[in-house]
Design a protein around this ligand. Structure first.
Ligand code: ADP
Ligand code: MG
Length: 722
């Protein structure tokens, strides 16, 4: 055959790894394209540097005079590196990254070019509109909005279509000050968490308490597929996942003679990718793991949540761009291949500061451990009270394929603590720490707490939300998602819970001056009310699915259509309003955007399924069928009986597929929905099952039709990157 698929296979065998320039040392490139504190210290006056450093470390406002000085230094630094443009980069509600480009050069009244970049230009981008001189504006949000510099995330230089551009991390808001992005709520959630944490720590007798910040280290999984294969698959190009494709035959050895050059190409790709990250000061360490063939992982060391979130977005961009340069397509989709492990993003998260350290790290002293237990307890309460919120912030059309399937965390949100810590909390719940009250109590209590070891070691991979020694790991997050939403949710539920802890602690301390007893009292109440969310068993098992709902009272929300409406739940509206993270209007706009995205992405996929079934699979089936029928009838003319069962199967499967295509077309034509919820339900429970049905027939046809006629690259070919 001469199909794109066969051509791709031929071309790929000839590919050679791209040549990549390697730096002499890591140090010679580390953060060289970042305008960070070290760079600022070199170029600013002592006074200006002190002011900007304070802003970076505490989030305090920056005065206009300093902003001017910083802007000038930033411009000089960037221009000395050949940069001519600057861009406010921001993060709209869609998981995307958006940029507004502008030039440093303006013309003055005499027509001479001068370069201008003032504090006010740095701080505030112009409103979206038509006022951009270089015309490379990319609008992603119809709302008229302003961008504003976020001085707590460093500016950096990127190669873009415009040439080297100074990128200025920014927030994005409406002219009335409403958050239109994913950064503002993250910054606000951090403030709320800090405020509540301060209360708890002061009640615990801490005197010096620095600003608390949340931290994030996100492990990113992704697939690499050769670009020639991807280009021959409309589904990969348009939906980022395969909408058809039969599983490779069981036990089949992939024919590796096609792809001998690929492992080396992947190695070179990773080196190139890492170099780019290092230049941007992103502390990456790649893992070359192969959970599924063709699947890889990158995990940077953790940073403050705000910076980590910006870096995560940047990493996804660089992954895609670099893959393209190396002749790959990088798939960030949660489930690019049916029946093959999907991709997630494990969001490791903790909170801490310079004076008390990591509050989710069991410490060495009784006091540190009491703080740890209170913060850990607060997380337990938060996850129990707002489980549906955690499910809602990871609810996307693509992540639904992964959650609840037998390889990823279930759609039931529970907390895994590890054997030791779970036992400790259960002992508290059952009053075992109180029971020995006469004198021995204190010792026993402290002893037990002190005995607590750092790393539980036994990792439960089936839990969506796990304690992993000194942090929590939210494992149900989707690989293509911004980490900001999950971080906002975690910070906000923690803020709410720490407020509760502070109230309870205050009460307990007023009746019992013994701090240990007061903490145990609070934790016992907490575990009585919220202990049901703690689960150390197998999260994939069907027993858990039943038990979680029937005995524990937890919610099982398998689809986004089930989960997203919780964003309108009064308790969640109240949570965001009371913590000052999102106003009811801001929260509502998020529900609207996420629901619309969910509906849109399913409808786009459904149209593509119809298109591929009709214009690619059906014609291929008919052409093979006509060959078979010709042989059958020629044979019978000569008195030779040719078995017609394959022809029959192909005819039947093709007919059934086209019947389902007609049903899906009808379902897609339906437009009169009473509510967004009804529309989402239609997508989840009518459109999706019909897509699956069509696929089933299509995949059966793939297994019947002569290999050389099949036009779409097959799973065994696309996945064979090892
Ligand atoms: P594993 O695969 O066992 O989960 P990894 O080493 O791949 O572990 O990833 C762990 C991630 O957790 C890394 O990104 C690491 O930087 C991050 N991490 C470690 N400590 C913290 C912390 N205190 N806060 C947030 N993230 C953390
Ligand atoms: Mg992990």
């Amino acid at each position: 055959g001469n199909s794109a698929r066969v051509q791709a296979i031929n071309e790929i065998t000839k590919r050679v790894p791209m040549s990549v320039e390697m730096p002499d040392t890591l140090k010679s490139i580390w953060a060289c394209d970042v305008f960070n504190l070290a760079t600022m210290e070199d170029s600013l006056s002592k006074k200006a540097f002190k002011a900007i450093k304070n802003t970076v470390q505490t989030g305090a406002a920056l005065d206009p005079a300093t902003a001017d000085v910083v802007a000038a230094a930033m411009k000089d630094w960037a221009m000395s590196k050949g940069v001519k443009f600057f861009s406010h980069i921001f993060y709209p509600m869609t998981n995307a990254t958006a940029e507004k480009h502008d030039g440093f050069i303006i013309t003055n009244a005499d027509g001479a070019a001068i370069t201008e970049f003032t504090g006010s230009l740095l701080i505030k981008g112009e409103p979206d509109g038509s006022s951009f001189p270089n015309g490379s504006l990319r609008m992603t949000n119809a709302a008229r909005g302003y961008t504003a510099w976020d001085p707590t995330s460093p500016a950096y230089i990127m190669e873009t279509d415009n040439g080297a551009t100074l990128m200025i991390p920014s927030v994005f808001m409406s002219w009335t000050g409403e958050a239109l992005d994913k950064k503002i709520p993250l910054l606000r959630s951090n403030c709320a968490m800090n405020e509540a944490a301060q209360k708890v720590l002061s009640l615990m007798g801490e005197t010096e308490i620095a600003t608390l910040n949340s931290s994030c280290g996100a492990e990113q999984e992704y697939f690499l597929v050769d670009a020639l294969f991807a280009n021959a698959r409309p589904d990969l190009l348009l939906a980022g996942r395969t909408l058809f494709g039969a599983a490779p035959a069981k036990g089949q050895e992939f024919d590796d003679h096609y792809f001998g050059a690929i492992p080396e190409r992947v190695q070179v790709f990773m080196q190139d990718f890492e170099n780019k990250l290092y230049r941007l000061g992103i502390p990456a360490k790649t893992h070359h793991n192969e959970v599924a063939p063709g699947q890889f992982e990158i995990a940077p060391y953790f940073e403050s949540a705000n910076v980590a979130s910006d870096h995560q977005q940047l990493m996804m961009t660089i992954l895609k761009v670099t893959a393209k340069q190396h002749g790959f397509m990088c798939l960030l989709h949660e489930k690019p291949f049916a029946g093959v492990n999907g991709s997630g993003k494990h969001v490791n998260w903790s909170v801490g500061n310079a004076t008390q350290g990591n509050l989710l790290d069991p410490g060495n002293t009784p006091n540190e451990n009491l703080n740890f237990l209170l913060f850990c307890g607060a997380v337990i309460r938060g996850v129990h009270t707002y489980g549906p919120l955690l499910r809602a912030v990871i609810a996307t059309a693509s992540n639904d394929h992964r959650l609840g399937a037998n390889e990823a965390p279930p759609a039931i949100i529970s907390v895994y603590l590890g054997d030791q810590l779970e036992k400790l909390f259960l002992d508290i719940k059952e009053g075992k720490l109180e029971a020995t009250a006469s004198g021995g109590l204190m010792d026993l209590g402290l002893d037990q707490i002190l005995k607590f070891e750092r790393d539980p070691g036994d990792r439960n991979r089936t839990s969506p939300f796990a304690f992993t020694g000194n942090r929590f790991e939210f494992r149900a997050v989707g690989s293509s998602q911004s980490v900001s939403g999950p971080l906002v949710a975690m910070n906000t539920i923690l803020a709410d819970s720490l407020e509760w802890v502070a109230d309870q602690l205050e009460k307990a301390l007023s009746t019992d001056s013994n701090q240990v007893l007061a903490v145990i009292t609070v934790l016992k109440k907490l575990m009585d009310e919220h202990g049901n969310v703690v689960f150390g068993g197998d999260g994939y098992s069907s027993e858990w699915h039943t038990k979680a709902v029937e005995e524990r009272g937890l919610k099982n929300l398998p689809t986004s259509a089930d989960a997203l409406p919780y964003l309108r739940d009064p308790s969640i509206v109240e949570l965001f309003e009371s913590t000052g993270v999102l106003t009811p209007v801001e929260l509502k706009s998020r529900f609207d955007v996420y629901a619309e995205q969910y509906i849109l992405s399913i409808e786009v996929e459904a149209k593509l399924v119809i298109d591929m079934a009709k214009t690619t699979i059906y014609p291929t089936a008919m052409s093979y069928l006509s060959d078979l029928l010709a042989v059958v009838s020629e044979g019978s003319g000569l008195g030779i009986t040719v078995d017609a069962s394959t022809a029959k199967t192909i005819a039947e499967e093709s007919n059934a597929m086209m019947t389902a295509v007609a049903e899906l077309s009808d379902a897609l034509a339906q437009h009169d929905f009473d509510s967004t919820d009804a529309h989402m339900n239609h997508c989840a429970f009518t459109i999706r099952p019909l897509m699956d049905k069509i696929r089933e027939h299509g995949d059966l046809l793939e297994c019947e039709i002569a290999d050389e006629l099949w036009p779409l690259p097959k799973y065994r070919e696309m996945l064979f990157i090892k």
